[in-house]
Ligand binder design. Structure first.
Ligand code: SF4
Length: 199
């Protein structure tokens, strides 16, 4: 695309203008103003666009979320449409069936929105704050590492292994986050390390 207008912006402008220019070419130029005044606006015309990354797999396709209500003005935002980002170098506007169904994922009543814990002996999950969740995770990790860390193997060779705790990370992340996560996990000696994409 030429500088100054994105591929998506070009498609948007072209779509908006095609009806008017077609009529004009047929000699109906005088009705252009009336059409512009009365044409039904596209359903996305008044939405707020937010770029994001599909959370499902390590392809990390770019998406655009369209929402009604502007959080920057203190309004409650409601996502009404999600589509692939035509300007994103990875997917160039395309989405697989999982990514194409993202709006339903966002609005699913079963979607996990905050930390929850099922305490020992309990039969139900309870909501906890992020502080509670992080403190609990750190406490349990420390206790388990202190109890089970293996500094040397049977032959006396230093191995620094921690095999009783595993770590599951997210693949839809940046290279920098992935690098930091890997360094933290491996430096603690954790052997079992994976993510949802198994890469
Ligand atoms: S749209 Fe499909 S391929 Fe792309 S990141 Fe999401 S799940 Fe992966």
């Amino acid at each position: 695309m030429t500088r100054g207008i994105s591929r998506r912006g070009f498609l948007k402008a072209a779509g908006a203008g095609v009806a008017v220019t077609s009529l004009g070419a047929m000699g109906f130029g005088e009705v252009e103003a009336a059409i512009v005044a009365h044409v039904r606006p596209f359903k996305l015309a008044t939405t707020v666009e937010t770029r994001n990354t599909c959370p499902y797999c390590s392809v990390a396709c770019g998406i655009i979320m369209y929402s009604k209500g502007d959080v920057r003005k203190g309004e409650q935002a409601d996502i009404i449409h999600i589509e692939g980002d035509a300007d994103h170098p990875t997917n160039r506007g395309t989405l697989c069936p999982k990514g194409a169904a993202l709006k339903d994922f966002v609005h699913a009543p079963t979607r996990l929105k905050y930390p929850m814990v099922r305490k020992p002996g309990s039969d139900k999950f309870e909501r906890v704050s992020w502080d509670e969740a992080l403190n609990r995770i750190v406490r349990l990790m420390k206790d388990d590492r202190d109890a089970n860390f293996i500094p040397k193997n049977a032959a006396g060779v230093t191995v620094n292994r921690w095999t009783s705790t595993g770590f599951l990370a997210a693949s839809a992340t940046t290279n920098e986050t992935a690098w930091a996560t890997y360094k933290v996990v491996r430096s603690m000696g954790i052997v079992g390390f994976d993510n949802q994409a198994r890469v």
